[in-house]
Design a protein around this ligand. Structure first.
Ligand SMILES: NC(=O)c1ccc[n+]([C@@H]2O[C@H](COP(=O)([O-])OP(=O)(O)OC[C@H]3O[C@@H](n4cnc5c(N)ncnc54)[C@H](O)[C@@H]3O)[C@@H](O)[C@H]2O)c1
Length: 253
C-alpha cells in the first residue's frame, strides 16, 4: 500500500513554502521522496531550502514574486532547470488575505489578492501544464479555502479569489485529465498560521470557531501533509477536479 504514496524521483514545485501550510506540505512531499523547489517572495525561500537540505532532503529555493508575471515566468524556468527539465507535481500554496469592510475595500488590495491567489495560480498551472501535457503525466494541487464555499465577512477579494481557485481547478481538470494530469484542490478549514494571527487574537472568535469544528480544534500544517501527498501521488490517479475539505468537519457542521 505505501508504494502508492511513494514520491521517490518525482520533481515538484511548491509556492508559499517558506512558512505555514506550504512549509508543512513541502516537508510532506520531501518526506515522501520528492525533489522540491520551494518558492517564496524573498531570500527566505533559499534559507528554508538550505535547512531542508541539511536534513538530507533534495530541496531548492527560489525567490519569485507572484505579483509580478515576469518574475513568475523566470522563476518557473529556473525551477525547471534545477529539476532537470521535468515537473511532475505543482502545489500552489502561496496566498494572501486583506481584510476591510466592502465599502472601504481599496482597489489596490483587490488587485493584489486576485493577482497572487488566482492569476498566479492560473499562470503557474499553464506553465506546468504545458510540460505535463508533453510528458503525459502530472499532479496539480491547488489550495482553495472554506471561502471557496462561502463568502465570509470583510474578505471579498479573498473569497472571490478562492471561489475562482475551486472553479479553475475543475476547468483545468476537464481539459487535462485525458493527458494523465490530475488537478485537484484542498480546501483547508481554520488553520492556525501567521495569516490569521490577528483574527485568532480575539479569544471569543477563536472559541466560536472551535465550537463549530467537530474535531474541536483549529488545524495546523501537519494536518495538510496527508492530503497533499495523496493528491501528489499515484494513490489519487482517478481523482479529478475535486475540492477536498481538510477542516476537522467544519463544512458539514
Ligand atoms: N491559514 C488558514 O486558515 C487557511 C485557510 C484556508 C486556506 N488557506 C490558504 O492556504 C495557503 C497557505 O496559507 P498560510 O495560512 O500558510 O499563509 P501564510 O501567510 O503563513 O503563508 C503564505 C505564503 O505565501 C507566500 N506568498 C505570499 N505572497 C506572495 C507573493 N506575492 N509571491 C510569492 N509568495 C507569496 C508567503 O511567502 C508565504 O510563504 C494560502 O493559499 C491560504 O489562502 C489558509
Amino acid at each position: 500500500m505505501t508504494s502508492m504514496f511513494d514520491l521517490t524521483g518525482r520533481k515538484a514545485i511548491l509556492t508559499g513554502g517558506t512558512r505555514g501550510l506550504g512549509h508543512a506540505m513541502a516537508e510532506g512531499l520531501l518526506e515522501a521522496g520528492a525533489e522540491v523547489v520551494i518558492w517564496g517572495t524573498t531570500g527566505r525561500a533559499i534559507e528554508v531550502a538550505d535547512a531542508f537540505r541539511q536534513r538530507g532532503f533534495a530541496c531548492h529555493g527560489i525567490a519569485a514574486d507572484l505579483k509580478d508575471r515576469d518574475s513568475l515566468r523566470t522563476g518557473f524556468e529556473k525551477s525547471l532547470e534545477l529539476l532537470g527539465g521535468r515537473i511532475d507535481i505543482l502545489v500552489n500554496a502561496a496566498g494572501i488575505q486583506r481584510r476591510h469592510p466592502i465599502t472601504q475595500f481599496p482597489m489596490e488590495d483587490w488587485d493584489t489578492v486576485l493577482e497572487v491567489n488566482l492569476t498566479a495560480c492560473f499562470q503557474l498551472c499553464q506553465l506546468a501544464g504545458r510540460e505535463m501535457v508533453k510528458q503525459g503525466y502530472g499532479k496539480i494541487v491547488n489550495i482553495a479555502s472554506m471561502n471557496s464555499f462561502f463568502g465570509g465577512q470583510n474578505v471579498p477579494a479573498y473569497s472571490a479569489s478562492k471561489g475562482g481557485v475551486a472553479q479553475l481547478t475543475k476547468a483545468l481538470s476537464n481539459e487535462w485529465a485525458q493527458h494523465g494530469i490530475t488537478v485537484n484542490a484542498i480546501a483547508p478549514g481554520y488553520m492556525a498560521t501567521d495569516m490569521n494571527v490577528d483574527t485568532r487574537a480575539s479569544q471569543s472568535f477563536y472559541d466560536e470557531v472551535v465550537r463549530r469544528i467537530p474535531a474541536r480544534r483549529w488545524g495546523s500544517g501537519e494536518d495538510m501533509k496527508g492530503a497533499c501527498v495523496f493528491l501528489a501521488s499515484d494513490a489519487s490517479a482517478y481523482l479529478n477536479g475535486a475540492v477536498i475539505p481538510v477542516d476537522g468537519g467544519y463544512l458539514g457542521s
